[in-house]
Design a protein around this ligand. Structure first.
Ligand SMILES: CCCCCCCC(=O)SCCNC(=O)CCNC(=O)[C@H](O)C(C)(C)COP(=O)(O)OP(=O)(O)OC[C@H]1O[C@@H](n2cnc3c(N)ncnc32)[C@H](O)[C@@H]1OP(=O)(O)O
Ligand SMILES: Cc1cc2nc3c(=O)[nH]c(=O)nc-3n(C[C@H](O)[C@H](O)[C@H](O)COP(=O)(O)OP(=O)(O)OC[C@H]3O[C@@H](n4cnc5c(N)ncnc54)[C@H](O)[C@@H]3O)c2cc1C
Length: 669
């Protein structure tokens, strides 16, 4: 049985009957394993059936009410986790399905990982159990009013005082105020604070420190600490449930052992000692979180697509001149060409996210064994994929809103809130442009090393095939030739390599590498995008090589993979043509093939979004209901608005009645 919270008539039954594949098997392919389907389903239903986790009136709450509701939900979630003795996997999923941004996201998502990644074993033993039991609540305080992207430009200082064996944490300027950290404004008792370490008169740059912010007795700020919330944010409801905060320190003293000392230490005498590990490991928490953000992109995108596909199958417009039935908007080719690439992207991001998780785990194991060689690749992949998937997802949610016409603009469609919650993902954890420039730097380094004969590995291995890829011409002759994975991979590799080599050549003409990089940065961004898109396409193809079980599942995924790749080819046709990878005729053939693929997806579209296995509670959209009973739900939802609590509105007596009864005469009338 698919995820339906209630309702008796299935208005989408006809759509479900036309599917050519086993939906339950597709759920396994989507979730990763049968176990994952089971645990996801169980946690989603646990949340959906609990009245405390209701969220249907969330957009109507004031900021204060919303924040209090978030505290209530977080505490209730914790109570259920403890009562039911949930595993870490189950607890994470339960929090995901509660679906309300709050301090717990940063506590589990950044504070704990920062201590685990950068704390010594002793520090972990001391702090992690307290965090795991919620005896303390933590946040991640890195960004300041004056600097976010430029981490090396942060101004907060932590100066060692050998007389007392303490660090003095201080905010020397207004712009050094910590600004943005989630959970900081009202909830956190502790923070991992990033500050410039100064000892024996020397500035050793940015390091992490655990700082207590609030009393564990009455939650009041500790002496020398000023903090609060930074104010309302984009959209109603949405990310306003989060207390993003501001924090200033006035010479706050913390014990020396609250500096996170896994990578470098300050001795009792104040001597700075750096272990022989790369300094970049300081950025490890960001690598970890970027990887989780890629996985989240497929969640958000699939949610929006699920709403838009189901509603497009219900919504009918035009086409009944002879008194026959009207056309489902999903049958319009324009609707399909806008919607099906987004459906394909959801699957593509899901699989690349799975691969990135594997890569991250692999890199971590290597780091444990003191092999740091794959760190640059891990950084480039997490930064690039975070950037490309979040930008595309934010755009896609907005496109889904438009695909739902006027009703998509109603809060009850779920899409405005989803967009408002999601869109900061393009900025937090690294601005997407800044991150793509990191990928470009990595690519330019790789290209420059090709000349010295160094064989690139991992996701840049294709660059080793430079002799061939710089001059090859696509052999595609018919639209059907574009179904050959080798044909697609070849043009994506050639495009990415040629764009990177072009940039490298142009940079080399500049007076200096730095000036060239700066001048060429718009082209470098496009080059980085081409490389990242190649990774996503390749990982989708690799997924198809795996053992995929279930009637028709592999065929559907093949179609989606081809749609994803050919849609990108169509969208970035200029790149493929200007680098001479394909001819205009081949570009037109790709488009012809896309149209055929859309026709194959059409009868499967509703079943393909059913495979995401979302409950109506999680979707929180009247348009995306499993049973498709959209119109009564829309109608009922309208009456819940506080404006409809009275028939005559507040303000009638003061402002409307006098206007309607006015006796003033206009000379023109
Ligand atoms: C839980 C979910 C909710 C999430 C809520 C959001 C929470 C947050 O937003 S927390 C704040 C996140 N902040 C950011 O992401 C800031 C973005 N800025 C940065 O990451 C960096 O400062 C950055 C990469 C732009 C520049 O780094 P910087 O050290 O100044 O200069 P740069 O010269 O580019 O890098 C130095 C070297 O480090 C490498 N490097 C940079 N970042 C990393 C990294 N993360 N891992 C490994 N290596 C790295 C570079 O490749 C470079 O290597 P090389 O010298 O070999 O070329
Ligand atoms: C909802 C939300 C939650 C957040 N949570 C946290 C948190 O928990 N903890 C925390 O520490 N921080 C947090 N942040 C802060 C976040 O990490 C930063 O906002 C982010 O890293 C971007 O930095 P910035 O604001 O300094 O942007 P800026 O760097 O000032 O960006 C402004 C513009 O300049 C451009 N730009 C900047 N540098 C370059 C360059 N080198 N080349 C070309 N263009 C450039 C950018 O592309 C952008 O268009 C959060 C932010 C948001 C919005």
């Amino acid at each position: 049985m698919a995820a339906v919270d209630g309702g008796e008539v299935d208005h989408l039954a006809g759509e479900r009957a036309t599917a050519h594949f086993d939906v339950d098997a597709m759920k396994v392919a989507w979730a990763g394993s049968r176990h994952a389907v089971e645990v996801n389903d169980r946690m989603a239903r646990l949340v959906a059936s609990d009245p405390v986790f209701r969220k249907d009136t969330r957009t109507m709450l004031s900021r204060k009410e919303l924040f209090k509701d978030t505290l209530k939900k977080a505490a209730h979630a914790w109570k259920r986790i403890v009562e039911l003795r949930l595993t870490e996997e189950e607890a994470n999923l339960l929090r995901l399905y509660v679906d309300q941004p709050g301090y717990v996201d940063l506590h589990w998502g950044m504070f704990v990982p920062a201590i685990k990644g950068q704390g010594t074993e002793e520090q972990q033993k001391k702090w992690v159990p307290m965090a795991y039991k919620f005896q303390i609540i933590g946040c991640y305080a890195q960004t300041e009013l004056g600097h976010g992207s430029n981490v090396q430009g942060l101004e907060t200082t932590a100066t060692f005082d050998p007389n007392t064996d303490e660090f003095v944490v201080h905010s020397p300027t207004l712009t050094s105020s910590k600004w943005w950290p989630g959970g900081l404004g009202k909830a956190s008792t502790h923070a991992v604070v990033y500050a410039r370490l100064i000892t024996q008169g020397k500035d050793y740059g940015i390091h992490g420190f655990i700082v207590q912010l609030r009393s564990l007795d009455d939650h009041s700020p500790l002496p020398g600490i000023t903090l609060g919330d930074i104010g309302g944010k984009f959209g109603s409801g949405a990310y306003n449930s989060m207390d993003n905060g501001v924090l200033r320190f006035d010479h706050v003293r913390i014990p020396r052992d609250q500096m996170l000392m896994r990578l470098s230490q300050v001795t009792r005498e104040g001597k700075y000692v750096h272990s022989d590990v790369p300094k970049q490991l300081l950025y490890g928490t960001m690598v970890y979180v970027r990887q989780t953000i890629v996985a989240d992109a497929s969640k958000a995108l699939s949610r929006a697509v699920c709403i838009a596909v189901r509603y497009s199958a219900i919504r009918k417009q035009f086409g009944s001149q002879a008194g026959g039935p009207e056309t489902q908007v999903l049958n319009y080719k324009t609707q399909q060409s806008r919607l099906f690439p987004l459906l394909a992207s959801a699957y593509a991001y899901r699989f690349v996210g799975e691969w990135l998780k594997w890569l991250y785990t692999d890199v971590m194991q290597k780091l444990e064994a003191k092999d740091y060689s794959t760190l640059p690749e891990a950084h480039a992949c997490t930064a690039g994929l975070k950037s490309v998937t979040t930008s595309a997802t934010a755009d896609a949610i907005e496109e889904c809103r438009k695909l739902c016409g006027g009703h998509g603009y109603l809060n009850s469609s779920g899409l405005p809130e989803l967009f408002a919650v999601y869109v900061p993902a393009c900025t937090y954890e690294g601005d997407n442009v800044v991150l793509l420039l990191q990928v470009a730097r990595f690519l330019m380094k790789t290209v420059s090393q090709l000349a010295s004969g160094k064989q690139p590995v991992g996701t840049t291995a294709y660059m080793g095939n430079i002799q061939y890829l710089m001059q090859c011409k696509s052999a595609v002759n018919t639209a059907g030739d574009w179904l050959n994975p080798a044909a697609i991979k070849e043009v994506f590799e050639a495009r990415a390599l040629r764009m990177a080599v072009n940039c490298a050549q142009n940079i080399s003409k500049a007076p200096s590498q730095e000036e060239g990089f700066s001048e060429l940065s718009p082209d470098l961004l496009e080059s980085a995008v081409a490389h990242v898109q190649l990774i996503i396409v390749t990982k989708f193809f690799e997924k198809l090589q795996q053992d995929i079980i279930g009637h028709g599942v592999k065929e559907q995924l093949q179609n989606l993979c081809n749609i994803y790749a050919l849609f990108l080819l169509h969208k970035h046709l200029g790149d493929f043509l200007s680098t001479g990878c394909i001819t205009p005729k081949q570009g037109a053939l790709a488009n012809e093939q896309l149209g055929r693929l859309y026709a194959q997806v059409r009868p499967n579209a509703v079943a393909l979004v059913d495979a995401f296995d979302y409950t109506d509670h999680y979707l929180s959209s009247v348009l995306g209901r499993y049973d498709g009973d959209v119109y009564p739900a829309l109608y009922a939802e309208a009456w819940k608005d506080p404006l409809n609590e009275t028939v005559i509105p507040d303000g009638y007596q003061e402002h409307l009645r006098p206007l309607l009864k006015q006796q003033l005469k206009f000379s023109r009338l």
